[in-house]
Ligand binder design. Structure first.
Ligand SMILES: [Zn+2]
Length: 112
């Protein structure tokens, strides 16, 4: 099941969409404003910027959708956002922890 990332040209928000059926590709709408005017994002392109925009668009008070953690880039996002909101800056240490969680290395350490 492919996951595609889009940026809405109407409300300028970014979101990822999991496709169960290929025909859904033609019916995709913005999750926020339901607009059709979307730009498909190439995920490896400007990764850091995407991370930044994910953090700033991320609302920790809203419930996460079921497929939220199926996107490995969302792992750790909540914790990072909460710390940033609280004025705690762990800097690269936090990035390291999050990165280990995303790549599955953190599980390897638990299994040792
Ligand atoms: Zn939109």
């Amino acid at each position: 099941m492919p996951i595609y990332e889009y940026r809405c040209n109407q409300c300028h928000k970014e979101f990822s969409q999991l496709f169960l059926k290929l025909k859904e590709l033609n019916t995709i709408r913005c999750k926020y404003c339901h607009g059709h005017n979307l730009t498909k994002l190439v995920s490896s392109f400007s990764l850091h910027q995407t991370e930044e925009s994910r953090l700033s668009n991320f609302d920790t008070s809203k419930p996460r959708e079921d497929d939220f953690y199926k996107d490995s880039r969302n792992i750790g996002l909540w914790a990072k956002k909460r710390m940033r909101d609280s004025g705690i800056d762990l800097g690269s240490k936090m990035d390291e922890i999050v990165e280990r969680g995303r790549t599955g290395k953190i599980l390897d350490e638990y299994n040792k």
